[in-house]
Design a protein around this ligand. Structure first.
Ligand SMILES: Nc1ncnc2c1ncn2[C@@H]1O[C@H](COP(=O)(O)OP(=O)(O)O)[C@@H](O)[C@H]1O
Ligand SMILES: [Mg+2]
Length: 242
């Protein structure tokens, strides 16, 4: 079984400026890797290299053993769930239609789509009979984020990318949704790459934490080992936690 995701000496530069430099790591099936770094450190860039929203300017990114540039980008993106802070729900689509998006594009039979949408809404704690018919503007921020997670899971992708998905939520809702998400991770056993600048969130959700600074991966270690890292950036994050 190849690694689900592997970066081999990956760089990404625009106009001669490196946003990501010489990154190498791999992710095993079923684990959650949190990419932790300050704003502007290159986290989103790294994530977009996985689903080929960006292509490396050096090195290679491999998904399920195949270079992203050898994947059909549409196929690749439909196989990878993607959750972002702005959620990106279609405002004129109901919750049901938003969650059904990829299964519909994949031409699943309507009754299979319908039962899948109901299952996914239930999974993220939204009662289908109450929420399926609503428009995104008829939901709270936390509910919209749940719909975003349901949508990303709908086509049963083996890999999920999450880019600061809970960043816009108030602290109480955020803390609740983190705990629920932790439960979801355990039940689903999906491989996840989760981006955050919040070390507390990294500790709650990560199996391993990848620390990124100025486009470089400084360390990728288990949560326990993160406390022992002897690097000023790691200490800066740990101090922010204390
Ligand atoms: N399209 C772009 N053109 C030029 N610079 C960019 C572009 N996208 C991002 N950057 C810069 O690259 C750096 C890393 O960005 P990003 O990966 O979005 O960081 P993060 O997600 O960690 O906040 C930042 O300095 C950002 O301003
Ligand atoms: Mg970002």
């Amino acid at each position: 079984m190849p690694n689900i995701v592997e970066f081999r000496n990956v760089g990404y530069a625009i106009n001669g400026r490196a946003l990501v430099e010489n990154i190498s790591f791999s992710i095993e099936s079923g684990e959650t890797v949190v990419l932790l770094g300050r704003s502007g450190s290159g986290k989103t860039t790294t994530l977009k290299l996985i689903n080929r929203l960006l292509e490396p300017t050096s090195g290679g990114v491999f998904v399920e053993g195949k270079k992203t540039t050898n994947w059909d980008p549409i196929r690749l993106r439909r196989r990878i769930g993607y959750v972002i802070q702005e959620v990106g729900l279609f405002p004129h689509f109901t919750v049901h239609r938003n969650v059904a998006l990829v299964p519909s594009l994949e031409s699943w039979p309507p009754d299979k789509i319908d039962s899948r949408v109901r299952d996914m809404l239930t999974l993220v704690g939204l009662e289908p009979s109450r929420f399926a018919g609503r428009l995104p503007r008829e939901l709270s921020g936390g509910q919209r984020q749940r719909v975003g997670v349901a949508r990303a899971l709908a086509a049963d992708p083996s890999l999920l990318l999450l880019d600061e998905p809970f960043g816009g939520l108030d602290p109480v809702t955020r803390s609740e949704i983190q705990k629920e998400f932790r439960g979801l991770q355990r039940r689903l056993g999906k491989t996840m790459v989760f981006v955050t600048h919040d070390v507390r969130e990294a500790f709650i959700l990560g199996d391993r934490i990848g620390l990124i600074k100025d486009g470089n991966l400084i360390a990728l270690v288990g949560v326990k080992d993160f406390h022992n890292l002897d690097h000023p950036e790691a200490r800066a994050f740990l101090e922010s936690y204390a």
